[in-house]
Design a protein around this ligand. Structure first.
Ligand code: CCH
Length: 287
């Protein structure tokens, strides 16, 4: 079996870096999934756990991991996230002291870093809640809608226009699956590496409606192998959003800096930290 570190005998010592390392190791081992990584779907789990937050009522957010339960697990927006939750089960079994809510966010943090993204400082302290804390359906964005809807949804969480555009850069990662959302295809050519390519492609490619049986989505005219959702195209149709798209398309370092800050804000919505809460900046597996 595994060598037992002496510190493992101290029950009060919570080794979050060890949890990070375990997730990163499993990401490498399970390269059979999708485009070769569970990373994108783990990022999506962390986002959908957090993105139910409502600043007026303080309900929703990552503190609770209520997506373990119906009805939240059955909300249309959460289709396919069972794959991410199941991926993390062996990690929960190995480190039972971590809450599901902290683990799901750590899964997102680890995936972003391991997919060559920026450092994402992490603070633990989320407590799991029961199904009575499940949020109502409709709190997550509807991909078929435009700028006004996107603003409504993200203003409710407490984000401004610049932050909304910075968050959307996560669509450099992963893909749409017809069995989950009805939409189909990846946004970028390297969906397991975080870059500012989402913004570059939004501005640099010609986007046309895809002619197909599925829901209305865009394809790039040149290769027809990439996609954009109506809610993505809103970022270049809306003048205010487009200014920020242009900034991030031109400057990957700026995107990384702003993305890190805003995803930390997303992941911490509604989480009750104390004066004693520590911040962790994890080493990547290859560091
Ligand atoms: Fe997203 N996203 N997202 N998204 N998303 C989808 C997939 C991913 C919207 C719709 C969709 C964010 C914002 C939005 C990821 C991260 C983020 C899919 C396909 C839809 C539809 C799901 C499927 O079929 O499997 C809409 C609409 C918005 C905003 O208006 C934000 C914010 C983030 C993170 C910061 C990631 C990652 C994926 C890929 C998941 C995968 O399985 O590959």
């Amino acid at each position: 079996g595994d060598a037992v570190e002496p510190k493992a005998f101290k029950p009060e010592f919570k080794d979050y870096q060890a949890v990070y390392n375990e997730i990163a190791k499993l990401l490498q081992e399970h390269d059979e999934y999708d485009d070769g990584s569970y990373g994108p779907v783990l990022v999506r789990l962390a986002w959908h756990a957090s993105g139910t937050y409502d600043k007026e009522t303080g309900t929703g957010g990552s503190n609770g991991a209520t997506m373990r339960f119906a009805p939240e697990s059955q909300h249309g927006a959460n289709a396919g996230l069972i794959n991410a939750r199941n991926f993390l089960e062996p990690v929960k079994a190995k480190f039972p002291w971590i809450s599901y809510s902290d683990l799901w966010i750590l899964g997102g943090v680890c995936s972003i870093q391991e997919m060559m993204g920026p450092k994402i400082p992490y603070r633990p302290g989320r407590l799991d809640r029961d199904m009575t804390s499940c949020t109502p359906d409709g709190r997550l964005p509807d991909a078929s809608q435009g700028a006004r809807h996107v603003r409504d949804i993200f203003y409710r969480m407490g984000f401004n226009d610049q932050e909304i555009v910075a968050l959307a850069g996560a669509h450099a990662l992963g893909r749409c699956h017809t069995q989950n959302s009805g939409f189909d295809g990846p946004w970028t050519f390297s969906p397991t590496v975080l870059t500012n390519d989402y913004y570059k492609l939004l501005l640099g490619s010609k986007w046309q409606w895809r002619k197909w049986d599925g829901p209305k989505q865009y394809e790039d005219k040149e290769t027809k192998s990439l996609m954009m959702l109506p809610a993505d195209i809103a970022f270049i149709e809306d003048k205010e959003f487009k200014k920020t798209v242009e900034k991030y398309a031109a400057d990957n370092d700026l995107f990384f800096k702003d993305f890190s800050a805003v995803i930390v804000k997303l992941f911490e919505l509604g989480v009750p930290f104390t004066d004693k809460t520590e911040t962790y900046v994890f080493k990547n597996l290859d560091e």
